[in-house]
Design a protein around this ligand. Structure first.
Ligand SMILES: Nc1nc2c(ncn2[C@@H]2O[C@H](COP(=O)(O)OP(=O)(O)O)[C@@H](O)[C@H]2O)c(=O)[nH]1
Ligand SMILES: [Mg+2]
Length: 264
């Protein structure tokens, strides 16, 4: 007799589920009366060779002291932003350079990916194409591709520069990436500006015109889900049904694309 075993999903999805229960992804489970502190949320994964300054950059942006020791694995930091009339909670996944495999799995559910290199260290820039292709080769359905951004760090001293802006800009253009340069030791305004633009860039993926001709976010849970974002309120019965359909379609799309890849 055939026995049915329930699939637990990929390592990435299991990790994500565990994280959601730890960090309280309450998009579907909240009880009535819950007062949201934000309208919706999403993850941004930050990748790059060890030592490029990922943790320092995130510490600056999220208002923590920079870490005293090297991070191992994946660390989480979060903060909220006011964007396009909504409050959005962004959870940053600080992926240690040595945890790229783990990072690639987590990237599957991220709305945006920041690839960091150190402008004073050429080899960290040379590593970016490999990191980019490793992330892109994870089975993310085409319609759910995250927004990719390239960030050059430690740009405060022009005399130490080893990667010139023109070259980085050319790579960014060729690979359809936004490019920012910043430093975690300066006052933080450049960093804040870069992060604000990245968060706005993600939100713009689901923007719509309102009746007055202004721009607002489309907070339909399925539209958000398509871009790896989630609402921070309980879903209605109809929304739950639509979400189940969208999730099933995504699983089917992932399988289709994996099968296509097997033929290559
Ligand atoms: N000069 C300079 N040093 C930085 C900057 N950001 C980080 N660092 C230093 O670079 C080293 C590695 O930083 P860290 O954030 O741990 O890198 P990570 O491994 O990518 O997370 C630390 O000694 C930081 O103090 C920066 O903007 N300018
Ligand atoms: Mg670190």
């Amino acid at each position: 007799m055939l026995s049915k075993t329930k699939s637990k999903g990929s390592f990435g999805s299991r990790l994500q589920r565990a994280l959601s229960s730890t960090f309280g992804d309450q998009s579907e489970e909240d009880a009535d009366g819950f007062v949201p502190e934000y309208d919706f949320g999403f993850d941004i994964a930050v990748l790059g060779v060890a030592g490029v300054g990922k943790s320092s950059l995130l510490a600056k942006e999220c208002g923590f002291a920079p870490p005293a020791t090297r991070s191992l694995g994946i660390h989480f930091m979060e903060r909220t932003y006011d964007t396009l009339g909504s409050v959005v909670r962004v959870r940053f996944l600080d992926v240690d350079g040595g945890a790229l495999d783990l990072g690639c799995n987590v990237c599957r559910d991220a709305a945006a990916i920041i690839l960091c290199y150190d402008v004073t260290n050429r080899s960290t820039f040379d590593a970016i194409p490999n990191i980019l292709s490793a992330v892109k080769s994870t089975s993310v359905p085409t319609s759910h591709q995250p927004l990719f951004t390239l960030v050059g760090t430690k740009n405060e001293d022009p005399s130490l520069r080893a990667v010139y802006l023109d070259e980085a800009a050319e790579f960014a253009e060729d690979n359809d990436l936004e490019l920012y340069e910043t430093s975690a030791v300066l006052d933080g305004s450049e960093t804040a500006d870069a992060f604000a633009q990245i968060v706005t860039g993600v939100c713009k993926l689901v923007e719509v015109q309102d009746e007055d001709g202004g721009v607002t976010m489309n907070l339909d849970p399925v539209v958000l889900y398509e871009r790896n974002m989630h609402l921070h309120r309980p879903l209605t019965a109809t929304e739950r049904i639509r979400m189940r359909g969208a999730k099933r379609a995504r699983v089917a799309e992932t399988q289709d694309e994996t099968e296509e890849c097997d033929w290559l």
